[in-house]
Design a protein around this ligand. Sequence first.
Ligand code: NAD
Length: 464
Amino acid sequence: MCGKCPDIDNLPTHLYIDNEWQEGSGSVIDCKNPKDGSDIVKFKGASEADVDKAVDISRKAFETGPWATFTGDQRGQCLNKFAQLLEDHASEFAYLESVCSGRPLGQCTYEVPLVAKAYRYYAGWADKIRGDSYPPEDGFYKIVRQEPLGVCAGITAWNGSLHFMAWKSAPALACGNTVILKPSEKSPLGTLCAGYLIKEAGFPPGVFQILPGNGEVGAILSSHMKIDKISFTGSTFTGRKIQDAATKSNLKRVTLELGGKSPAIVFDDADMQKAVFWCTVGIATNAGQVCAATTRLFVQDTIADEFLGKLTAGLEAIGKGIGADPQNMATTYGPLVDKIQYDKVRAYIEDGKKSTKVIAGGEEYTKGGYFCSPTVFMNPPDDAKIWREEIFGPVLCVRTFKTEEEALELANDTVYGLAGAVYTQDINRALRVPMGGFGSSGTGRELGEYALRHYTETKTIWIK
Ligand code: NAD
């Protein structure tokens, strides 16, 4: 692989097409470090012509290239080798992820082996994509096959780029598809670095390509007539556009992993220490820039004072330490990803202050960089924006409740349905409380065996 990263003068700044690096001819991507707004690198992303070229190459690789005749075992070997190479170069990947996104280096370092694990998991599936058969009771013997879809594009968010790269490309490749990935323009370098490994892992030309670019490139992919599938991770706002573009073009299949406003319910029988710890992790990890972050907290009134006292003390302590260098391995709390996100989160906080009491954080950080301390609002009104909308920052809204029914009604009163948490010692209650994966948070599932079905089409062959 590069052997040069993370040398700042030799960052991966090209498109990865047909197993070669090629200069982009589209709009400029301007990578900055959110810890101080400093420039990292500027380079040209993909243009429409670049996308067309990559799609044609991808289709050819799918239909007539060596990949078309690879056995499941051979595909698995490529995925396993790729996983090994990722681990061998974990420090470069972690650095490139951290420097663009502001995510703490320690967290990004922890992430790389998990990304490798996802590739290994799907490597194991590559030779187990099986079908069914049905007896000829009606005179026809039926064979049901799971066939790859063709050219699959992945469009990803910046806040876990390497995870999303794996969650999209690994099952798609295991099933025999070809893949084009478009990482977020906010943090493209880690994903692009994977381009150094693709050929070495044994993927034939055109099988696994990477096209950095901004939203325009995502829109071109979504409406492309020769792409068979889009898998998207990002905001609900963009997800709607992608679904629409897919419908209006060739009705390509779409998987959407979108936004959230996830609740946590803390009952008075909960283990207080664990609940405080996980609610802190829920809002402070990645400065709240996590799709499944706990952003609405419901605490039973009988324990509210004690619980909130402990929670806010911990979050205030995190707030006092902000500004630490995210590229230092010891740092655990970084900045927001860019000025746009910073301004957006600050606007929500200022708007929230008009209607709602702040019980932790809330103040602006003025020493440079896009840092924001964890902020907790108590009892926002029903129609407050901070209560209804996804903020994607370290902003937590709290309400108290008296009964389980009341807690459930409040928790479910959202258009989102991405995730949820319940803290109780009562296993019956824990199982009663539903959570996860509904509403405007998307369609389809990633990871596990379930994801494989999003990358194959069922074909039935009748034999007389
Ligand atoms: P975003 O929607 O702004 O961008 C995501 C990607 O979409 C980027 O690559 C961007 O270039 C591309 N894009 C922008 N406009 C497009 C268009 N018109 N057509 C096609 N692609 C387009 O989201 P973001 O700010 O990068 O990420 C934050 C959002 O992602 C939050 O809402 C968060 O909840 C969500 N998210 C969801 C999950 C999940 O698994 N459900 C995981 C992480 C993030």
